[in-house]
Design a protein around this ligand. Structure first.
Ligand SMILES: C[S@@+](CC[C@H](N)C(=O)[O-])C[C@H]1O[C@@H](n2cnc3c(N)ncnc32)[C@H](O)[C@@H]1O
Length: 946
């Protein structure tokens, strides 16, 4: 029995909940004691198979295997600030990465982790079995981890990771080629970036890489709801929302039933004993000990008990340092004995499996190096000495105090660690500060917030080292990332050309341009120059206000002579003149009087002509451009442009003549909703003109030289206030959608209300830029429901005759299904509205799903194959009538199909949900029944009756 475990929280008795079903015990339970850190060799020998100790170095973080289930989501980089650095080096990709850090400012040399040969004493950590042994110098140790097999290489060139990097995906073209490579962004001044190394275009939905974290923790707010080993979020199971997330370390009653708490530190929670044991071996052992030790300090006791300080970072740092220490010690053992010890082998067998094992081993071997060399402390923090950093922030002091107590228990070593003295051991080496602080800074710069997709709640913090840390930001990203447990997956959302940079969005994309820029500046210390920021001072993808729109329109009409933000650009390419847009705007009005206006450059005298025709041509082109632009952003560049603007002919609304106040009110609402559909817009033709540059940038067709030239210039003459109304964040959108009461309306089969709601929903969705895939998923989900609902309505509408003729024989059955005369009335009211008051009267309508009825009646299965689709008219013995309203409905319905396809694509690639996610099954249901509805909706109609 491992002494480190027997006293720990792993005993049944130590689990803080009795109701938890006990997992298969893997060891003999010993009486509960306080932590004992000294290892008993005899125990080790006796229970070799079960022993896990500090020497069990290569333990898996493969918890993600267990957790595939639920926690997937979007995330935002945790706290970010990394200054771009050009190192003028092309890195040949993860799978064959051999990049050389030539940047003298940061990197290996400065970090001191690699290539510095200085003797070090082992860490004074009693629980570590090897501590009495002569441990190789840290640099050697780390060299062991990272550069063991590179003895023949130049010292700066790192050992190439395994032929196929665990995180990189094969392109499918050649099995050992990675889809991504790390390269300098060259002219763009963004430092390094992740680029496509695929030979072909990467299509939306493609999985580019997946990556295990080097270390990960559940955040404070989710501790009692999310398993600290597998990141399973119990709130999902319980259908709880964020409200049930406990803050301040509190515990919700329902979660107490779900999770068990470590009885040692009383801080972390697990699904079960298996998870607990696994986490213990991997990470928690030392963390637990450290937390308990720090609790002896009154301040820290308060911190842990009340979470008066956020402990997420400190726990993450603890695990980060812990892994490095563990790996180093194990490497030392291996170096000394030439092999892994028996217990270590056992760990490998038990805890590594499949891909995770390979990746975990890779992380153990190379992770520390990658952190040291390739994750760079942002310039903004580099100048701050550790001392200053420490004094400046009591927060960090506290954090470091805790980390120290975890990883460097002996007081004198702790002091040395803090000072960064070369006297101290282990991780402590850095001319400008301590290793601990160095790591902390990197964690703060590169840590990613792990989120749960379904609730979009942040549930943890993880540090990745292989791929995702190198991805730059764009407000129009071509990739998104999701989490399966704590494993991150990156997928394509727009087509990516070979060699193109892969980007993600660090922030919510729904904000206005100003907001996005502000957030990026404050949080990440850079000015974004993505097309959306560069060309759209007003985010056209969220509804611009009228003034802003007007400003764009004014500029758009004279776009040929204007840069989209700079103002007048001289058409003479050798002239660099630019002038303010004001005088030119004034000339625009002349176009209404004269067919031609001449614009003379004040610098070189070059005269450019602007004619009505040019303006007209530009506007037409702009229309085409924007259609493609919108498609591009929806990741569907394979589709043909939609012709015309998107308005739905549902707006022929006549209020029914009624004296019933309630009915009239309802009808008015519906009419308003239907009328509102007209305002569902794509950007106006004039505004479209301003999209040109962005489109060109997006599609790779370069703008004319003159504009390219001006684009590089800084500053903007456009200063437009943005619409404050639509500064919604993701959750606000979801709330908005929820507030439409659509689900409720559907479940009550209140057609009028549901349609009304669906149109409202449609408006919300259309007015929101849906760039981030969870939003797209939500959009897809709701759109599916809308279409489904309308398809049913259409069927009801168009099968009135058969309903009537069959009614008698089916009446009993229908009676059962209807059960609510209000529904009938509502439906009739809707028909009245839709058909201008002339809805056909029918009995038995509003009864359940029309598809069900048709199914029953015709005994036909739903269409599954293309043949069946082709033959469906033969197979359909239904007489149907097409009324004006059903025709309109069908039109509307079809107009929604592209969105369904988008959503289905996302679903198909499981971009959004874990296999067992509730939303996934609900979504599946919607897609299925939608297909059924469409099948029936497209059955041949009888001639429309007059
Ligand atoms: C996660 S790192 C990305 C990799 C980074 N370029 C590098 O070389 O390590 C994030 C940092 O990259 C830089 N960065 C990311 N996106 C950028 C952008 N769109 N424009 C300028 N700098 C960017 C910022 O300095 C940011 O703090």
């Amino acid at each position: 029995m491992d002494p480190n475990l027997e006293d720990s929280a792993i005993d049944d008795q130590s689990l803080e909940t009795s109701s938890f079903p006990s997992a298969t015990p893997t060891r003999v339970n010993k009486p509960k004691r306080n932590y004992r850190t000294k290892k008993r060799d005899s125990d080790n020998e006796k229970d070799g198979n079960e022993v896990m100790n500090e020497n069990d170095s290569i333990e898996s973080t493969s918890q993600t295997q267990q957790l595939a289930s639920s926690s997937t989501g979007i995330s935002l980089p945790y706290i970010q600030s990394q200054n771009a650095q050009n190192i003028g080096e092309v890195y040949p990709g993860l799978a064959r990465l051999s990049f050389l850090d030539q940047d003298s400012g940061t990197g290996s040399g400065e970090d001191g982790g690699i290539g510095v040969n200085r003797p070090r004493r082992p860490l004074q950590q009693k629980s570590l079995p090897l501590q009495q042994q002569e441990t190789p110098s840290s640099s050697e140790e780390e060299g062991d981890q990272s550069t063991a097999s590179q003895t023949n290489q130049s010292p700066e060139i790192l050992d190439a990771p395994p032929t196929t990097s665990p995180s990189a995906m094969s392109s499918g073209v050649s099995s050992d080629s990675s889809l991504v490579e790390i390269k300098d962004t060259a002219l763009e001044n963004k430092g390094r970036g992740l680029f496509s190394a695929a030979k072909d275009v990467l299509k939306p939905g493609a999985l580019v890489f997946k990556e295990l974290g080097y270390c990960q923790v559940v955040n404070d707010a989710s501790l009692s709801c999310v398993c600290s080993a597998c990141f399973k979020d119990t709130r999902e199971e319980q259908g709880e929302d964020e409200k049930s997330a406990t803050t301040g370390g509190g515990v919700s009653a329902s979660n107490q039933r779900k999770l068990v708490r470590c009885a040692g530190c009383k801080v972390v929670w697990y699904c079960n004993k298996t998870c607990q044991i696994k986490d213990w071996k991997l990470h928690h052992q030392l963390e637990c000990q450290g937390i308990q030790q720090s609790m002896k300090n009154a301040v820290m006791k308060d911190v842990w008990a009340k979470r008066s300080m956020d402990t997420t970072t400190v726990r993450a740092l603890c695990r980060l340092v812990r892994r490095r220490v563990r790996v180093r010690i194990s490497a030392a053992y291996k170096a000394e004995h030439g092999k892994m010890d028996a217990a270590q082998k056992q760990v490998n067998e038990v805890y590594y499996s499949g891909l995770d094992q390979k990746e975990d081993e890779w992380l153990d071997e190379h992770g520390a190096t990658w952190i040291d060399q390739y994750l760079r402390v942002p310039k903004s923090q580099q100048d701050v000495s550790s001392k200053g950093f420490l004094d400046e922030s009591t927060h960090f002091t506290k954090i470091m105090a805790v980390v120290m107590s975890c990883v460097v228990p002996a007081k004198e070593d702790r002091a040395a660690f803090m000072r960064g003295s070369s006297e101290s051991e282990g991780e402590v080496e850095d001319a400008s500060g301590t290793k601990g602080f160095e790591l902390l800074r990197k964690l703060l710069s590169y840590g990613f917030s792990v989120t749960n997709l379904e609730t979009t709640t942040a549930i943890g913090l993880a540090l990745f080292v292989q791929s995702i840390p190198f991805m730059n930001h764009s407000c129009l990203p071509n990739c998104v990332y999701t989490f399966k447990g704590s494993r991150v997956e990156c997928r394509v959302i727009r087509e990516i050309q070979p060699g193109e940079e892969l980007t993600i969005s660090y922030i919510d994309q729904i904000g206005t341009t100003q907001e996005r820029q502000k957030q990026l500046k404050e949080q990440y210390h850079f000015t974004c120059t993505c097309p959306l920021c560069q060309y759209f001072p007003v985010n056209p993808l969220i509804q611009p206000n009228q003034e802003a729109l007007q400003a764009i329109v004014s500029k758009a009409t004279i776009a040929p002579l204007l840069d989209s933000k700079q103002g007048f650009i001289c058409a003479n390419t050798s002239c660099t003149a630019q002038s303010d847009i004001g005088p030119i705007l004034a000339m625009e009005s002349q176009l209404a009087i004269y067919n031609k206006v001449e614009l003379k450059c004040g610098t070189c005298g070059h005269v450019a002509e602007l004619t009505q025709e040019i303006v007209q041509e530009n506007q037409e082109e702009a229309e085409r451009i924007v259609a493609r632009f919108v498609r591009e952003m929806n990741g569907r560049s394979d589709q043909q442009p939609k012709s015309g603007s998107r308005t739905f002919e549902l707006a022929k609304v006549k209020l029914p003549e009624t004296t019933d106040e309630k009915e009239a009110e309802e009808a008015r609402k519906t009419a308003a909703a239907l009328g509102g559909m007209n305002s569902v817009h794509e950007p106006s033709a004039a505004a479209i003109q301003c999209f040109e540059e962005a489109y060109r940038t997006l599609t790779g067709i370069l703008p004319p030289q003159t504009r390219a030239k001006s684009r590089r210039s800084a500053g903007s003459s456009m200063d437009i206030d943005e619409d404050p109304v639509h500064r919604s964040a993701l959750h606000r959108l979801v709330r908005q959608l929820e507030q439409t009461g659509f689900d409720e309306a559907v479940s009550h089969k209140n057609w009028v209300f549901a349609l009304h709601r669906s149109l409202e929903l449609e408006r919300i969705l259309n007015n929101t830029y849906i760039g981030h895939h969870p939003l797209k998923a939500i959009q897809g989900y709701y759109t599916c429901k809308i279409v489904n609902l309308l398809a049913n309505l259409l069927l009801e509408e168009s099968t009135i005759e058969i309903e009537e003729s069959d009614h008698e024989q089916d009446s009993d059955e229908d009676e059962e299904m209807v059960g609510n005369s209000d529904d009938e009335r509502d439906l009739q009211a809707l028909r009245n509205v839709m058909s201008g008051g002339g809805g056909k009267k029918s009995k038995g309508l509003g009864a359940g799903s029309m598809q069900e009825q048709l199914m029953k009646r015709n005994q036909v299965g739903f269409v599954k194959t293309q043949d069946e689709v082709a033959n469906k008219s033969k197979a359909a013995p239904i007489k149907r009538i097409q009324t004006e309203s059903s025709r309109q409905l069908l039109m509307y319905l079809k107009s929604l199909i592209p969105k369904i396809e988008d959503a289905e694509l996302l679903h198909q690639f499981r971009v959004c949900w874990g296999k067992d996610g509730k939303l996934a099954s609900r979504y599946r249901h919607q897609v299925d029944s939608l297909k059924q509805a469409l099948y029936y909706a497209e059955l041949p109609f009888q001639e429309t009756k007059a």
